[in-house]
Design a binder for this molecule. Structure first.
Ligand SMILES: Nc1ncnc2c1ncn2[C@@H]1O[C@H](COP(=O)(O)OP(=O)(O)OP(=O)(O)O)[C@@H](O)[C@H]1O
Length: 322
């Protein structure tokens, strides 16, 4: 049987944000102060803030149906920004996103995808079932009986049926557990059974068991129904890493590795890095990010003359970005 599904490919994504100091809304009242300013000091200030920050630099990635692609990297690497771009919430200055080899149609993609943000934005006083029913009514045009059965089967899939009648709660109102709340958030954005599910840190703030339960559940979604799962994650545990089909490792807005965990291990060894036995390769790579970046620069330098003498050579993609 031919495997169907949704393949997402991002190419050459460049995203910059303006870091220009905003003018004071009551500038008219501060004019005098400006005139008295030392001109040298003004120039220095402008040099200090050149006006744009490169959040993503020539980023590429591919997410396949029936698989989980995990985006990993230190804080500020650009993971959330990339996810927002893939979800169509942000528009990059450069780059293209392809859905099954065709340029993305944002309106259509919105219908076939779900985006779960890092922070739970739920109504604390609603029960789990009421929350999912509310989302179902907004997203699905179905008769009440069918809405009800969709919510019931989703609660079963998410392992939430035992708390169906419990209030969601929040930091002030006692409700379901943090892990269950994350699962409700996933349910809210998965009620329409999207082909692609994009999740920003679905395990943040959870203990290792609850985190594993969530990734396990996402893995089941990918493997049983051919969904494409793209998620970002901080310090994934060993058992969680084993559930990822591929990894996109980022630092400072650039891709350092895109491929399997096994390829990551091979690449680190090729770079002369000693990987201790029984160590989580992804965690080790994130901890050694500076070494990897340095090695990459050396690699780039070594390759430069070769590239210059053969300008017509077709550019091939490697898992270590050149
Ligand atoms: N709207 C914005 N305004 C200012 N800075 C921003 C904005 N968006 C992104 N950045 C900066 O871009 C960089 C990447 O941010 P992003 O949130 O994508 O990183 P991240 O890898 O998801 O980080 P974390 O793991 O801490 O959530 C950071 O340095 C961040 O401060």
């Amino acid at each position: 049987m031919k495997k169907q599904g949704c393949e997402i490919e991002a190419m050459g994504i460049t995203y910059k944000i303006s870091t220009k100091k905003r003018e004071h809304p009551f500038k008219i009242f501060t004019k005098k102060q400006e005139i008295n300013q030392d001109p040298k000091q003004v120039i220095n200030l402008e040099e200090a803030s050149p006006g744009a920050k490169h959040v993503l630099k020539d980023v590429f990635c591919k997410a396949k149906p029936w698989e989980i692609l995990a985006i990993v990297g230190p804080s500020g690497a650009g993971k959330s920004s990339l996810l927002e771009i893939l979800a169509g919430k942000l528009t990059p200055q450069n780059g293209t996103i392809f859905v099954n080899q065709n340029p993305i149609d944002k309106a259509r993609f919105k219908k076939i995808s779900g985006y779960v943000t890092q922070k739970d934005t739920l109504f604390p006083l609603l029960t789990v079932e009421e929350t999912l029913m509310f989302s179902a009514r907004l997203r699905l045009r179905l008769p009440q009986a069918q809405l009800s059965s969709s919510v019931k089967s989703l609660m079963k899939e998410l392992g939430l049926d035992h708390v169906a009648m419990t209030r969601v709660g929040d930091d002030r109102i006692r409700g379901i557990s943090g892990g269950e709340r994350r699962r409700v958030s996933i349910g809210v954005d998965a009620i329409h059974d999207p082909e692609v599910l994009i999740l920003d840190e679905p395990t943040s703030g959870l203990d290792s068991t609850s985190a594993l339960q969530i990734i396990d559940m996402l893995k089941a979604m990918a493997e049983t129904r051919g969904r494409t799962i793209i998620l970002s994650i901080h310090q994934p545990g060993f058992r969680i890493v084993k559930l990822f089909n591929s990894i996109l490792m980022m630092a400072n807005g650039s891709v350092l590795h895109h491929g399997t965990v096994d390829q990551l291990v091979v690449n680190m060894r090729t770079m002369g890095m000693q990987l201790p036995i029984h160590v989580n390769a992804v965690e080790f790579a994130i901890e050694s990010i500076e070494t990897i970046q340095q090695q990459r620069k050396v690699l780039q330098k070594d390759m430069q003359p070769q590239v210059q003498t053969k300008p017509q050579q077709k550019k091939t993609r490697r898992s270590w970005r050149g």
